[in-house]
Structures are given as structure tokens and as C-alpha cells.
Design a protein around this ligand. Structure first.
Ligand code: HEM
Length: 458
């Protein structure tokens, strides 16, 4: 049965010929997916626009010129606040996408070794036509990795030592925009994330230099994340850029390190509770999750919150002139709730993960450019969390300004693939760990920042 979603937010700026042409072609092609022209051109548009749309201002600009609903990267963007809220709190059917980007199916676990698909982001929910694999594999990850022991490790002496080292690095290293504190792989922010996240999630020894060097190389130095993206990974592999020919071997070795970690010492192989997920399947899943999610989301939010880069230059707004560090310097660092809201506001103005996706399990009708448009079952739908986080109907006239005390920031934040704590079962399972860690970072590094003379604060 078809469902209808009205569109209230109209375009407020004139679209260029390219904006309109791209939108209109995709609109037609998505409604006529079997036509030869659709089959030829849509994949190319999927790929190219999918990459470009990762720039943080892209979707916001498209909304300005095309209205709340439009087509982008081979998907229908449903940008109304209520539509995003509905999508985040109901079951989703999935394919090989990360927001607007296309994922390399044959590189993801365990398709890379002709095994079954255990990659959570590409598994559909029970209520949207999936088997219960998504629920079972996710349960396994939560029971063994993002569990109470991980939260406890975040509060122990080893974690404290890592935070203190980070504060020391902050003082010792250039930490203004683009500074070595943010870009260096051997010290500073990236090295902290590698050591801290692997300690907290797996119980690995952060002082094991050889292992930490190896994991830094796989996930950051070699840009391991890109191994999971379609086309890009093939180019990297073929030309052996950053040694990508070796990625399958490095992934094998990474998974083996995780397999032998304290967190999985008592793993129950073949449990029905986890649809028989094996230890090897879980660590292969985790290898991809570390590269794509756990070491990227916090990296980016930390860069924003600690002033590594300006906020995005949204069209017609002054957001890029805001310096989050000015607000950091005014925060009461003893008040953890204020620190949480500071981080949520940073990630509202620049969401580390801007969008997610789902597949239509029914035909549906939306208003695009003032006209009702109907799309068939199977159409890819983009869930643009960033547009929800920047929706003026919801957040009001201060949407593009910095106000960590704004109403509803916590209960309606969409940055972790949920609406506050409400979700359809796909809220980021690393949310609490990431937020606890980032709060500790902002407090500890914030104190170090205040301890150095005013002239050094940048
Ligand atoms: C600031 C930090 C982080 C942000 C903003 C973030 C955001 C997100 C978002 C938006 C999704 C949904 C993606 C999609 O379905 O298309 C997601 C999924 C996921 N995240 Fe995070 N994440 C962060 C940190 C972490 C950490 C530290 C972990 C560690 C385990 C993690 C593990 C996962 C996993 C396993 C999924 C897949 C969940 C599922 O499909 O059921 N994330 N995250």
C-alpha cells in the first residue's frame, strides 16, 4: 500500500541548471529503474554524487535550492524532520550503503571470504523483511564488546593514564587548527584513540607498542576505512596506493589480534542467541566497524570540539565563523552535563555521520518540487540526520548558531542514528562509550588548555 509524506519546507534559493537537471533525471530514473538509460547512468551518479555529498554542506545546499525532499546519489532524500524521525524509529530494510556512499560488498565481513553477511549496517531488520540476523549479531556485539566491562574499563586507572598522556601531548604539541596534535599518527589525538578504544572495547594492552603501531597503520595511516568503499578501494588496490594491495592480509591479522583479546576469552561459539555467530565472524565484523565507525566518529567529533577545523560554511549562514573552542573555554568542566551538551551541539552543527539509508518496502509518494512523486518498492531512501539536526522548523531561528543550552538538544539529537534514546533498534551501540570518552577528553584536555598561558591558547 502506498504512503504519502507531505513536504512543507520549500526551496528558498534558485537552483542552478545542474541542480535541477541532476534532480529531475534521478527522479525519473528512480521511478523507471528498468529503463536502459537508468541502468547506465544511475550507477555513475550514485558513485560520483555519493562521494561529493560527503562534504558537510552538500545536503544543506540541496535543500536550500530543491526543498526538503529531493533526489541525490541515486536515493530519494526525505528531509522533513518528521520523516527522518519516523525513519530512525522504525524497522529498516538495508543494502550496501553508508549514507550516500556505496560500500564494497565483496570487502565486507564475511563476504570477503565467501562467508555469510555479518556486516550490521547492511542487514535488514525483522520488521522490514530481514531474517533476525541483524538483531542476533548486534546482540553478540553488545554482549561481548560494548558491555558493562567496557564501561568499567573507561573508569579505571589505565584509561585515566591514557587521558593524562593525551593532555600532556596537547600541551607539548601544536594544537591549533591543523596542528600536529590532530594530524600526527604516533602521538596526540589519533594515537590516543587507537590505544583507548582498543583497551576499552577489547582489553588490549595500550602499552604494547608493536600492536598499537600495527593497528594505527591499518586503521589510520593506510586509510583502512577506504578499503570498504566501492570503486575507491579498487583504485587504491590496483595502484597499490598506501599499500592497499596488502589490506586483505592486514585485515586478517587485525581480526586475529581481536580474536585473542581478553574481551573474547570466554566466547561461546555457536550460540543460538547469536544465530551461531562465531568468534571469527565477530572479530571480522569488529575490524570493519573499527575502521568505519568506532575510530572515525569520535575522531571527527573530537576534531570539531577541540578546534582542529572550522565549522561548515553553510550557504547564507555564519556558522563557519563560530569557534567552538570559545565555548569550550567557558564551560564548567566540573559539570559533566554541560560537557555532554557541548559535544552534542558540536555534532549538531557538524554531524560526524551525516546520513543513513533504507530501502522502501512499499511504494511511497512524496512531494518533490511542489509535485507528488511516487516511487516503487526497492527505491533507496536517504535518511539525512544532518538535515534533521539543522531543521529550522524544529530548532528555530538559532538553528545555525551555537547554543548548547537549546531546548530538546539531548532528547531530539539524531547524530547516533536515533532520536535521543529512541530508535528502531539501530541506535549506534557505541554511543555511551563514545560520549563517556569524549566527555573525559573535553574535561581533561580542557583543564590542560587552561593551565597553559592565555597567549598559547588558539
Ligand atoms: C562520535 C562517535 C560516533 C558516532 C557519531 C556514531 C554514529 C553512528 C551512526 C550514525 C550509526 C548508524 C549508521 C547506519 O546505520 O547507517 C552508527 C552505527 C554503528 N556504530 Fe557508531 N558512532 C560513533 C561511535 C561508535 C563507536 C565508538 C562504536 C564502537 C563499537 C560504534 C559502533 C557502531 C556500530 C557497531 C554500528 C552499527 C549498528 C547497527 O547497524 O545495528 N560507533 N554509529
Amino acid at each position: 500500500m502506498a504512503s504519502t509524506t507531505p513536504s512543507r519546507q520549500k526551496a528558498t534559493k534558485t537552483a542552478s541548471f545542474i541542480d535541477t537537471g541532476l534532480n529531475n533525471f534521478q527522479l525519473w530514473a528512480l521511478q523507471n529503474p528498468e529503463k536502459p538509460l537508468s541502468k547506465t547512468l544511475l550507477p555513475i551518479i550514485n558513485f560520483i554524487e555519493g562521494l561529493v555529498a560527503n562534504t558537510p554542506t552538500y545536503l544543506d545546499y540541496k535543500r536550500l535550492v530543491l526543498g526538503s525532499n529531493f533526489c541525490c546519489a541515486g536515493q530519494v532524500v526525505m528531509g522533513e524532520f518528521a520523516a527522518i524521525e519516523r525513519a530512525l524509529t522504525s524497522p529498516q530494510a538495508r543494502t550496501w550503503r553508508l549514507g550516500t556512499s556505496i560500500l564494497a560488498k565483496n570487502h565486507l565481513p564475511n563476504q570477503d571470504i565467501d562467508g555469510r553477511n555479518v556486516f550490521l549496517l547492511a542487514l535488514s531488520d525483522v520488521g522490514a523483511g530481514g531474517s533476525n540476523d541483524h538483531e542476533a549479531f548486534r546482540r553478540c556485539l553488545q554482549d561481548y564488546i560494548t558491555n558493562d566491562s567496557a564501561i568499567a574499563r573507561q573508569q579505571d586507572l589505565i584509561a585515566r593514564k591514557l587521558l593524562d598522556q593525551l593532555a600532556k601531548d596537547y600541551i607539548d604539541m601544536p594544537h591549533g587548527p591543523g596542528g600536529a596534535f590532530f594530524s600526527d599518527d604516533g602521538r596526540g589525538w589519533k594515537r590516543f584513540l587507537i590505544r583507548y578504544i582498543h583497551y576499552v572495547l577489547f582489553g588490549l594492552n595500550p602499552d604494547d607498542q608493536e600492536t598499537m603501531d600495527f593497528l594505527t597503520d591499518v586503521h589510520y595511516t593506510r586509510l583502512g576505512t577506504l578499503h570498504y568503499f566501492a570503486v575507491v578501494s579498487n583504485i587504491l588496490e590496483r595502484l597499490n596506493i598506501a599499500g592497499h594491495k596488502k589490506m586483505p592480509e592486514l585485515i586478517y591479522r587485525t581480526a586475529t589480534i581481536y580474536e585473542n583479546s581478553p574481551a573474547l576469552a570466554n566466547f561461546d561459539e555457536q550460540s543460538d542467541r547469536y544465530n551461531g555467530m562465531t568468534r571469527r565472524e565477530l572479530v571480522k565484523l569488529m575490524t570493519s566497524i573499527l575502521s568505519i565507525a568506532a575510530l572515525q566518529g569520535p575522531l571527527h567529533l573530537g576534531q570539531t570540539a577541540m578546534g582542529d577545523r572550522p565549522l561548515p560554511a553553510y550557504e547564507g549562514r555564519n556558522t563557519s565563523n563560530i569557534k567552538p573552542t570559545d565555548y569550550w573555554d567557558q564551560l564548567d568542566l566540573e559539570d559533566r552535563e554541560s560537557v555532554r551538551l557541548y559535544l552534542l551541539e558540536c555534532s549538531r552543527l557538524w554531524a560526524p555521520v551525516s546520513a543513513s539509508h533504507k530501502i522502501a518496502t512499499d511504494s511511497f509518494t512524496v512531494m518533490i518540487a511542489g509535485e507528488e512523486q511516487t516511487f516503487p518498492v526497492g527505491t533507496k531512501i536517504l535518511i539525512p540526520m544532518s538535515l534533521g539536526l539543522l531543521n529550522e522548523d524544529f530548532w528555530g531561528s538559532t538553528t545555525y548558531e551555537f547554543d548548547a543550552n537549546r531546548e530538546n538538544l539531548c532528547p531530539y539529537h539524531m547524530g547516533f542514528h536515533s532520536v535521543g534514546d529512541r530508535s528502531g533498534g539501530r541506535i549506534c551501540p557505541g554511543k555511551d562509550i563514545a560520549m563517556n570518552m569524549l566527555m573525559d577528553v573535553i574535561v581533561t584536555v580542557g583543564k590542560a588548555r587552561r593551565s597553559i598561558s592565555g597567549s598559547k591558547i588558539t
